[in-house]
Design a protein around this ligand. Structure first.
Ligand code: HEM
Length: 438
């Protein structure tokens, strides 16, 4: 018989969980919010392992920063993502993660300094041309293609345009299966040919083909991330064997574009709902400033930061405790699953008008400060390596778009719904005409 899981703290009963299954699947953040309303900031779930959710910034800070070494990513969330990203930075732990982060941080920084801004500008110019001729877009798709192009040009020194659509579709397909697996208590091993596993395999094959093509391509810019990965492989072919290189490339493709695309999509949705704010951000973008200079576009930055608050793409962060610990007064057994949601923390009591969109909230640019009640990029040593890139890319792309086009919705953007995938997506399509600015 499985050992009984100790009751650490109050939380929903098995019957309550069973009754909420469809809400847990379709509206996970709504379910978590209900749990916190009923049981407080710490609640336990009736599952076969100790599992608690934390919704208090001090506790979250403790887990992600103060005692981070006691908490790993050995969780269902990251375990299923690992099927796609392997031992890449996002999903590895311990010595492998530490060695890779130490090696990749300076490489990524070099790429950032040398290539990213040009990559953002060139990618935008490429798509602006396409949009001018097509005249209409679906926002999520367009933002995904655009941000994938930025990843391709900055990290891999090449345009992914040729197979951008295939990579974007494969990423989405793989992530959809990953989410389905994470939500299924008894997912069959990935080698069993279930329809989901077959979909996953074909998506991973597409990503692997793209990686092989990238690795086989004539040498990219000396500062491109892929050149630096190749160098790391040549210098230490054991630690950075070809599998490790593959895992990092897939990780950076997956983590580096979906997130920014999601944030940009929500920024446009929110601005559309708040037309005075839209007007101000557009006016700033059209005032003749250089929109690639961050100092010149504080309102675009503020809008992007506020969208990251209301719709943090990484809406769920999980960890597992290695040893017993204490979080506040709560004794934590080893192997406890800890669930934290930036989505809820960003809408907590620490914030005035927490549910409202406010362009002034980040006007002083405190979006750069990571804290446990504003952690779109995580916190502590596992914080997002691409944060600085995203905080340039998002506002610059937004300002460029609003400088050149009037974005005119052609369907209803007010009630788009919210799908809880690996990132948060609008459930319904957001269609728009792009009219050249007069
Ligand atoms: C708005 C855009 C982005 C958001 C909201 C975001 C969010 C996050 C979050 C929350 C984490 C930490 C997860 C955890 O602690 O469990 C993370 C890690 C990571 N992100 Fe991002 N990210 C963004 C953009 C990017 C970009 C542009 C890249 C790369 C080009 C990137 C690559 C990574 C990687 C490699 C990690 C793992 C870092 C490590 O553990 O060492 N992300 N991201």
């Amino acid at each position: 018989m499985a050992p009984r899981v100790p009751r650490l703290v109050a939380g929903p009963s098995g019957r309550q969980m069973f009754g909420s299954l469809s809400q847990i699947r379709g509206d996970t953040t709504g379910f978590l919010a209900d749990v916190h309303r009923e049981f407080g900031d710490v609640a336990q779930f009736p599952v076969p392992i100790p599992a608690i959710s934390l919704n208090n910034p001090a506790d979250v800070d403790y887990v992600l920063r103060t005692n981070a070494k006691n908490y790993t990513k050995n969780t269902v969330q990251y375990g299923s993502l690992k099927l796609v990203t392997g031992d890449g930075l996002l999903t590895s732990d311990g010595a492998i993660w530490r060695a890779h982060r130490r090696a990749l941080q300076p490489a990524f920084h070099r790429t950032m300094q040398s290539l990213t801004l040009d990559a953002i500008r060139d990618s935008y110019d490429h798509f602006a041309e396409v949009w001018r001729s097509e005249g209409a877009i679906e926002i999520s798709e367009a933002m995904q293609h655009l941000t994938l192009e930025v990843v391709g040009r900055s990290l891999f020194g090449t345009s992914l345009s040729g197979n951008a659509d295939a990579i974007a579709q494969a990423t989405l397909k793989a992530l959809k299966v990953v989410v389905a697996r994470a939500r299924t208590p008894f997912a069959l091993p990935s080698v069993v040919p279930t329809p989901n596993n077959l979909r996953l395999r074909s998506a991973i094959n597409t990503l692997d083909d793209a990686v092989a093509e990238l690795l086989g391509a004539p040498s990219a810019h000396p500062d491109a991330f892929i050149t630096l990965l190749r160098e790391a492989h040549e210098a230490d072919p054991v630690r950075f064997n070809l599998n490790a290189v593959r895992d990092e490339i897939v990780t950076f493709i997956v983590a580096g574009h979906e997130t920014v695309a999601s944030a940009l999509t929500w920024t446009l949705q929110l601005l559309n709902e708040h037309s005075p704010a839209y007007g101000l951000v557009q006016e700033e973008a059209r005032s003749g400033v250089d929109v690639t200079e961050l100092e010149a576009i504080p309102l675009a930055r503020a809008a992007f930061a506020e969208a990251l608050r209301l719709y943090p793409p990484a809406w769920l962060i999980t960890r597992e405790s290695i040893h017993t610990d204490e979080i506040g007064d709560l004794a934590i057994p080893e192997g406890t699953l800890i669930i934290m949601s930036p989505y809820l923390l960003h809408r907590g009591d620490n914030w005035d008008n927490a549910e409202g969109f406010d362009l002034n909230r980040f006007a002083d640019d405190n979006s750069q400060v990571a804290r446990a009640d504003y952690l779109p990029f995580g916190l502590g040593s596992r914080m997002c390596i691409g944060r600085d890139m995203a905080l340039v890319e998002g506002p610059v792309l937004l300002a460029s778009l609003l400088r050149d086009f009037d974005v005119v919705p052609t369907n209803n953007w007010s009630d788009v719904g919210m799908t809880h995938s690996v990132t948060l997506h609008p459930t319904r399509r957001m269609e728009a005409k792009l009219l050249p600015a007069r």
